[in-house]
Design a binder for this molecule. Structure first.
Ligand code: ACO
Length: 324
């Protein structure tokens, strides 16, 4: 018998304000047509003034708890993947702990930019398999609108705000690939690519929170190759092949990256969950948002083999193969 980290609840939250591509035409030299064709994005949500990452995260957490039929004190741990915390410290996870009324266990944040949720899932799996926690709430939550340079047309049109959450629970499996739960993880980073995507401020350097800077085209060229390789590695570690994949749930940065990766993995686009058109790139929130949208719409069903993959600043990239 093998211990597995099984998804027993999911939920998401998107801020009320929706901004269509056309809104950017008023302030920068861009067009709805350019944004749609180059990125696949049509609209995105932005957090309201005074609405912080922990607020979005707590909303997604509350939805996931309701979906699982649990209360906050049934959880042992909270992990939040974010690069846009409310404050330098304490962690967003401990703020969520307070907001949802969890008075036990522990919480901490994981920062791997757009790959953050994959790293957080893998960390949660480690806690569960080592017996340190039985139920872990894993959240991806971001307010990237707060680190945009609104005069930079090459980045400001691409990002959005939101949060998604999963609850993982230790369950006993047979040790085969038929088991529900996380079957394999693959994590990577390479700090030599720092200049490709970074925020130009921070506590120990400028003393400011800074703005996002990205060499989009150079990153694009790295993305498809690295995403396909990490997805292949996760499948191989799980002892599975392309034909076993029911759903790819990719990081939602760019439709062309998603299509290129699916093609390399030999998985048709009908088996890819897409939210990039409605959410834009919500960094660490994009995969749990897409998982929650995919499951609540009835597409992702219990027993389906789901392959998540993401790349972001660091560069950091990775994939998780799990049976829903
Ligand atoms: N409107 C109109 N024109 C624009 C805009 C815009 N919003 N932005 C850039 N352009 C122009 C450029 O200036 C350039 O013009 P030039 O040829 O006169 O110099 C032209 O469009 C082409 O620019 P490219 O950057 O080559 O366009 P590309 O096809 O690569 O698309 C994009 C840009 C969408 C950013 C793409 O490169 C991309 O998605 N890259 C990867 C992003 C990504 O995966 N990020 C990872 C995760 S993010 C994270 O971790 C936080």
């Amino acid at each position: 018998m093998t211990s597995r980290s099984v998804v027993i609840g999911y939920g998401h939250y998107l801020p009320e304000q929706i901004v269509e591509n056309a809104a950017f035409e008023k302030t920068i030299d861009t067009s709805d047509e350019w944004i749609r064709t180059r990125s696949g994005i049509e609209r995105r949500h932005f957090a309201a003034k005074g609405q912080h990452t922990s607020d979005l995260a707590a909303e997604a957490a509350t939805a996931a708890l309701a979906n699982a039929g649990l209360s906050a004190n049934d959880l042992d741990a909270i992990i939040v993947a974010t690069s846009t915390p409310d404050l330098t410290f304490p962690s967003v996870a401990t703020m969520v702990q307070q907001k949802i009324g969890m008075e036990r266990g522990f919480g901490f944040d994981v920062q791997a930019v757009c790959a953050g949720f994959v790293f957080a899932l893998s960390t949660a799996n480690g806690l569960i398999l080592s017996g340190q926690a039985r139920r872990v709430l894993v959240i991806g939550a971001e307010t990237f609108s707060r680190i945009m340079d609104w005069s930079d047309r090459s980045t400001s049109v691409l990002f959005g705000d939101g949060a998604g959450a999963l609850i993982l629970e230790a369950q006993t499996g047979s040790g085969t690939t038929d088991d529900r739960g996380i079957l394999a993880c693959d994590l990577n980073s390479d700090g030599r690519y720092k200049d490709m995507l970074y925020v130009d401020g921070g506590v120990s350097s400028t003393g400011t929170s800074g703005k996002l800077r990205m060499q989009g085209n150079a990153l694009f060229r790295q993305a498809v190759e690295k995403l396909a390789a990490t997805a292949e590695a996760a499948l191989e570690k799980a002892g599975l092949g392309h034909a076993d994949v029911d759903w790819i749930v990719p990081h939602q940065a760019n439709i062309r990256i998603i299509q290129g990766t699916a093609k390399k993995l030999n998985v048709p686009m009908e088996r890819v969950v897409l939210t990039v058109q409605d959410h834009g790139n919500t960094s660490a929130a994009s995969i749990p948002l897409a998982l929650s949208v995919g499951a609540s719409s009835g597409r992702i069903k219990p027993g389906d083999l789901v392959l998540t993959e993401a790349i972001g600043g660091g560069l950091a990239w990775g994939a998780v193969a799990l049976r829903w």
